[in-house]
Design a binder for this molecule. Structure first.
Ligand SMILES: *[C@@H]1O[C@H](CO)[C@@H](O)[C@H](O)[C@H]1NC(C)=O
Ligand SMILES: *[C@@H]1O[C@H](CO)[C@@H](O)[C@H](O)[C@H]1NC(C)=O
Ligand SMILES: *[C@@H]1O[C@H](CO)[C@@H](O)[C@H](O)[C@H]1NC(C)=O
Ligand SMILES: *[C@@H]1O[C@H](CO)[C@@H](O)[C@H](O)[C@H]1NC(C)=O
Length: 817
């Protein structure tokens, strides 16, 4: 098949010549005119990117990077025409209008997203009658044509693209109204125009666009009536209309879009109430109606949305109380009902939403006491805000169970009594605002609250503590550095001699204290994010810092692209691997994102993947805590002749299977899929029985993909898929490539460096007999068969085109068949 294609490419110039002569006679489209149009565009670009280097006068467009052709029948002949232009993220800088679409009438796919295309979309685009997909997201396209006397919005001709299935124009600065006939064909499935300056009415053709699967109009200035201008879309999965000027009511018709998983209507001018019939949308995971003019009650039926993960109803005029059916939302992670007119008691049932990470009920009229059941929300981590209500009574002891909670706001209520002693177990708490209540007694003193602001505690009836601005607590026992204050008070009544002795002792104690605990320096920023996941009770931050002697180099057991790995023996004897991420990386500054990613990663459970116990995100340190695998990496094993001999063929074959299964799990069973990005023999760990564990998965995920230097983090030299040399888009297929390298490494006993360059797979396969690692005893007949299969698979994983590689699932299936 491949040979045939090469033959075809060789013959192409001759074919082309014949075809051109014929086309010239018929005055039709020729590959030549397409060639000219593309080269003209290239010539118009400021500095054509590297990928376009193959776009040359003397070669055929079908062979250029980013271009694909297809054969069409023209009378009795075959004609080659350009069907795809695919150059996303390529740094193309220029006018899209310079591309003569009239000369490329067979284009079916255009993907030029994330470049620097500017100017307007040319009207000639309407000649693309077979265009299925147009993706121009993340460019600088405008509706106005700066110089090329024309001005105006998106050409209405877009509506003539009757084949169009996908239109992506998000993240440009296109203005004007949306073309009226944008979906006249009723074929449009994906419409993404978010983050532009579109205004005017929602086009009529959208109402009947029943083919829609995803619609994203967010952050424009579109107007229209929600119930009048939108229809029923049986295939629709995502409807993102937030931040526009839509008015009217939420139509009960929406309930007929039964596939909906995401419905975002925030920040519009929507009125009326929330129709109970929305509860029919049983697939719904994200529902945001915040910042509108909604009134009425929260319908009790909402409890049937069992898949809901985000519910934001904040900043509306909702009244009534919280329906107790809310307890059925067992997957709810974010609940925000702040800024409404809700009242009544906070129901105990809220404690049933066990997955809540963030709960905002502030700025309402809730009364009564805070139910102790809130303490059951063990996953509550990001925030609990009940400020600005009419809550009263004493604070429940059970709040202390919220060990992961970082932000707590109880201010502007009428809470009385003292802060429960159980607060001392809320180790993650870094902000606690109890101001404007009737509280008294000592303020909480956990480590992260040492630099708290006094304004979090006053005004109140009478709170005391060591903070400047608060009265000291005379009656409570003092410890640590407060001792000095107490001494100051005692000073007038003790003898000078006694003072000298005491002072000397204190100084000695403090000095020795500092020596013994270098980690004390970590405490600096009181409000820093600090969180460690549960680990056989609690895996304490201090414990790890102590076990590694404040990350002393002598505990380093490995290094990777993202940081160093330390071995830490905890106080209970358990040994863990601690990966300390490089500091000062601005990629990590988005703490909420970091936390979300970490939660996904800590839920991964697969027998051949190293278990992650937790993580810590602190201004001084960011680290991940993994199971410690005793034996070391596959790389180290293969480097040591003795151990490599022990790793016999049966073990190696099993090892390949386990690794394939683990990667397949990350790709196909995790949602969202996790691309490892750094599959190498260094990241495959072995225990004493040579059982393999994939480590270091997903570290890349927590780094912001759009930060300036992320490309450096895309993998390890020698394992990186070739396409990453020119595109920065990392896909699952990059892992497949790296797996191919590791599989060969397993077979050869060393990195297959020389084999990777320029050999046909036939040549490669023939060589294999010579490349088998000689150290283990020679393979048996059965092992030989499995090895042949593994080698064949490895080479298919190493195909230079990502499309030609198998998926990891297919790879695993091949191995175990
Ligand atoms: C296609 O491109 C490759 C490399 O870019 C080149 O080696 C080959 O000769 C080209 N084929 C034709 C028919 O131009
Ligand atoms: C665009 O291409 C068409 C078809 O090849 C041709 O007739 C027309 O002259 C071209 N326009 C420009 C401005 O080059
Ligand atoms: C809910 O919406 C409000 C206002 O639009 C926003 O400020 C808030 O962050 C959102 N809440 C959550 C939990 O995302
Ligand atoms: C707590 O809530 C009040 C009122 O909603 C707000 O003014 C205050 O800034 C919040 N405290 C903190 C520390 O964010």
């Amino acid at each position: 098949m491949r040979a045939l294609f090469h033959l075809f490419l060789l013959l192409l110039p001759c074919l082309l010549f014949l075809e051109e002569a014929r086309a010239a006679r018929h005055g039709g489209i020729s590959l030549r005119s397409q060639h000219i149009a593309l080269l003209h565009w290239k010539a118009s670009l400021a500095s054509p990117p590297l990928q376009m280097i193959s776009w040359q006068e003397n070669t055929i467009p079908c062979n250029w990077t980013g271009i694909m052709c297809m054969a069409i029948r023209h009378g009795r002949r075959m004609l080659w025409v350009v069907s795809n232009i695919t150059l996303p993220n390529a740094g193309i800088h220029g006018q899209l209008g310079e591309l003569n679409f009239s000369a490329l009438p067979f284009l079916a796919y255009i993907d030029l997203h994330n470049n620097s295309l500017h100017g307007a979309l040319p009207a000639s685009i309407s000649s693309l009658s077979v265009l299925l997909e147009l993706n121009l997201e993340q460019n600088q396209l405008t509706g106005e044509i700066p110089c090329q006397n024309l001005s105006g919005p998106l050409p209405q001709e877009i509506g003539h693209l009757t084949s169009l299935v996908k239109l992506g124009l998000s993240n440009n600065t296109i203005s004007g109204s949306l073309p009226e006939h944008i979906c006249s064909s009723r074929r449009l499935q994906f419409l993404g125009i978010s983050n532009n300056m579109f205004n005017g009415l929602i086009p009529k053709s959208l109402k009947t666009c029943t083919s829609l699967v995803e619609i994203d109009l967010q952050r424009n200035q579109l107007t229209g009536d929600l119930s009048q201008h939108f229809g029923v879309y049986p295939q629709l999965k995502g409807m993102r209309l937030a931040s526009n000027r839509l008015s009217g009511k939420i139509s009960p018709n929406l309930a007929a879009c039964i596939q909906l998983t995401v419905l975002l209507l925030s920040q519009n001018m929507i009125t009326g109430s929330i129709p109970p019939v929305l509860s029919k949308l049983s697939n719904l995971e994200e529902l945001t109606l915040d910042s509108n003019h909604l009134s009425g009650e929260i319908p009790a039926e909402i409890g049937t949305l069992g898949n809901l993960y985000i519910l934001n109803l904040s900043s509306n005029k909702l009244s009534g109380s919280i329906p107790i059916q809310i307890q059925k939302l067992s997957n709810l992670g974010y609940l925000d009902i702040s800024g409404n007119r809700l009242g009544g008691l906070i129901p105990e049932e809220l404690g049933g939403c066990m997955k809540l990470q963030s709960l905002k009920m502030n700025d309402n009229n809730f009364r009564g006491s805070l139910p102790g059941a809130i303490g059951n929300l063990a996953g509550l981590q990001i925030m609990l805000d009940v400020s600005k209500n009419n809550l009263s009574g004493v604070l429940p002891q059970q709040l202390g169970k919220l060990e992961m909670l970082e932000f707590l706001n109880l201010s502007h209520n009428q809470f009385r009594g003292s802060i429960p002693s159980s607060f001392s177990t809320m180790l993650s708490l870094s902000t606690v605002d109890v101001s404007y209540n009737d509280l008294e007694g000592p303020i909480p003193t956990t480590r992260l609250l040492q630099n708290a602001s006094a304004s979090w505690f006053i005004p109140n009836k009478g709170m005391c503590g060591y903070l400047y601005g608060l009265a000291p607590c005379y009656s409570t026992p003092v410890a640590g550095h407060h001792k000095r204050k107490t001494l100051d008070l005692l000073l007038p009544i003790v003898l000078v001699a006694v003072f000298c002795i005491v002072a000397a002792i204190v100084v000695i104690i403090m000095l020795s204290h500092n020596k013994r605990k270098p980690q004390e320096s970590v405490n600096v920023e009181g409000r820093d994010l600090f969180s460690v996941w549960n680990f056989d009770g609690r895996l304490a931050f201090d414990d790890i810092v102590r076990a590694t002697d404040d990350f002393n180099d002598k505990y380093i057991v490995g290094r990777g692209g993202y940081g160093k790995v330390y071995k830490a023996q905890l106080q209970d004897g358990q040994i863990v691997a601690v990966k300390k991420l490089h500091q000062s990386e601005e990629q990590l500054n988005d703490d909420r994102r970091f936390h979300n990613e970490m939660e996904i990663l800590s839920q991964i459970r697969q027998r051949s993947i190293v278990k992650m116990y937790g993580f810590c995100s602190h201004s001084a340190y960011k680290f991940l805590v993994y199971d410690y695998i005793q034996h070391g990496s596959l790389h180290m094993t293969l480097e040591n002749d003795e151990v490599a001999k022990e790793l016999d063929w049966q073990k190696r074959i099993a090892l390949a299977n386990y690794v394939a299964q683990a990667i397949s799990y990350l790709h196909h069973e995790c949602s969202p899929p996790i691309i490892h990005r750094d599959i190498t023999s260094n990241n495959i760990l072995l225990d004493t029985t040579f059982k393999a564990f994939v480590s270091d998965f997903g570290t890349a995920r927590i780094l912001k993909p759009d930060s300036s230097n992320w490309t450096e983090l895309a993998g390890t030299y020698g394992y990186i898929a070739p396409e990453l040399a020119y595109t920065f888009v990392v896909t699952e297929k990059c892992d497949v490539y790296s797996f191919g390298v590791v599989a060969l490494e397993l077979v050869m006993g060393k990195h297959p460096r020389d084999l990777l360059n320029g050999m046909s797979s036939v040549e490669q396969a023939m060589l294999v007999k010579d490349i088998l690692d000689q150290r283990p005893t020679p393979p048996t007949t059965t092992e030989n068969k499995s090895l042949a299969l593994l080698i064949k698979l490895a080479f298919s994983c190493l195909e230079s085109s990502p499309l030609a590689r198998p998926t990891m699932q297919e790879a695993y299936q091949t191995l175990i068949q």
